[in-house]
Design a protein around this ligand. Sequence first.
Ligand code: ADP
Ligand code: ZN
Ligand code: ZN
Length: 723
Amino acid sequence: MSDPSPQPRKIARVQPLTRTRAVRGPFDYRLGLDQEAVEVGSLLRIPFGRQRSLGVVVELADRSELAPERLAEPEAVLPGSIPPDLVELASWMAREYCSTPARALTLTLGPGTAEGARAKRALVAELTAAGAVALRDGATLTDGQRAVLQRLAAEGPGVAAELGTDRLRRLETRGLVGLELRVVRRRPVHHAVGVASAEPPPLTGAQQSALAPVLRAMGQRRSDRYLLHGVTGSGKTEVYLRAVETALAAGRCAIVLVPEIALTPQVLGRFEARFGDVVAVLHSGLSLGERHDEWARLRAGQARVCVGPRSAVFAPLRDIGLIVVDEEHESSYKHEGDPRYDARHVAMQRAQRHRAVLVFGSATPRPESMLAMPRLRLPERVDRRALPAVEVLDMRGHHQPLHPETRMALADVRRANGKAILLLNRRGWSNFLSCRACGEVWMCPNCEVALVLHRHGAFVACHHCGHREGVPARCNRCGSVSLARHGAGTERIEHELRAALGQEGFPIFRLDADSAGLERRAQTLKGFGAARSGVLVGTQMVAKGHDFPDVSLGVVLDADQTLRFPDFRAEERTFALVTQLAGRTGRGADGGRVLVQTLAPDARAIAFATRHDSDGFVADELTRRRALGYPPFASLIRVVCSAESEPLAQSTAAAIAAELAALADPVLGPAALFRLRGRARSQVVVKAADRAAAIEAVGAAVDKVAPGAARQGASVSVDVDPQ
Ligand code: ADP
Ligand code: ZN
Ligand code: ZN
């Protein structure tokens, strides 16, 4: 075949990063003569229709189906290219989660890339040879000048603005320092808790047995998966650290996923203490500049271990040898934006592509993981202390939020100057308000849910959409001024504890989504950790990650509350909550005790938790799930249609269901969901035996129905493996 153009130029297939579903791409662009270095993963600014867009090169080609004169040239090649394996991963994600390549690619971009974040340059001062001599030979220097030179000699180059630019300029004219504009790293000031010793302890026998197969697989470049199952304090993190060390020694990289950095500062602290600057951290608590720089360090290979929450699964690393998912049972690994990816599932894909070993760790592994992965067991705590006794307190017939037994136990803790954690998975003051005269319940105007009373600040709020209004003085319907408050939330428990126990030296801390931002939460945890005694009360956050060695009492209030959720994971959640709290109790000298207050004392999940029997629980749970066709025996795919009017939401869902009628799998719905943020919703759920086929069918159904629905004002979203 003859080529019509005398000098063939490379063609780049570019995916424009637009939000619209209708734009499919990729589109061909002709690279300019100075753009020959463009590769798969390169980031371009491209003319797109009448606008400009950011685009990622997904493929290079020698020819295009379009005539050369119809092809545009990219305007610029931008910094922040993505490694090619992430381009492939994004294309897999787009398919797997019925999303679009553009949306999936956007997740893999470096932080701030789309906003034009750049490396920071600053004037940097460095001691010259003449400066070193002057310092040694006692040249005439002012005290200030001497101090600056000494500091440069001791600490190396420093940012001029922080040392005094004027003084440095005078020293520069004498040839004693050099000043130069350089890229400086914005170092994250994060929540890592400093760890005294970085010296690794000798491993216990159980840790050695757990580590061995991981290292063997890594040595053979096999992408094996393992589940590291052990209670809190059994030494899982130490196993991760050793595995990371081996990956680094082999010249490879590692990713360590944690549920939330602010709640697990000790984990990050231990990685930094062990490996130093080769660790980069990515999380939303950092400034955009800091995240940009951490990402760039990973991309450049300066940092080779990335610790972070779910998005760290996209860390731009080459040759990954190990991916760890700590606390693998945590629901925060699921992303709620589009694509609704599950970082655990993405980690599997990424590990496979790198021939990396994947290690999931938990004290309460999901039944899915138990079934899918060989298990490495750490059967006891490193300090060999027994797990605390778990006692069930039957709340039927009790009308106070705290059982008398709980009150006594708390009083004991105060007398002994100890610490206790109280977990109640409901924030606010009380559950809902109703009128004593007519029974009217205060509802959110946007959502079909009751408003929750927050006494501090005197408002009622919707925990789904954020709607707030003042506390009502009288009933809207009948005018009665007699209002009843039902149930208790963390705010009320905090108040009651203060009244009953609070005193000098026995502080009460509260931790929940109301207690302000990440920073404040980290502070609260630090405060409780540092206090000699006291109580921490909060939502499930109190049972996560953070580790206090001196807590002797754990209490779960309303433990069956999570059981009342209409969700097949309700039992799993309840079991995990109680077990996680137990794992964090009684690590101190005098053992510990866990009290579980519940209206359902005989519930399966609670009974297994009192016996610390996760094997029994999972076996039982798997039997039930097999019978009902739930994961891991089928994949769930959920399509939610929403619209202002209920009939439109319903008919859109019905159209989706009709498109799926040919599937062999059960298709449930359309079923109405409660109104959320002012929109009526209806869902269709597929229980898929053949995951790939069902995902493809759902994707096709959405592509067919969504455009027409959108014109009428209905939107369609797909959730594969919903939480
Ligand atoms: P997990 O991650 O399962 O909660 P960790 O790895 O954090 O367990 O270990 C719990 C505590 O025991 C930590 O303080 C850790 O430093 C210590 N530890 C872990 N492994 C050993 C060991 N082999 N010898 C002594 N102390 C250890
Ligand atoms: Zn009323
Ligand atoms: Zn609402």
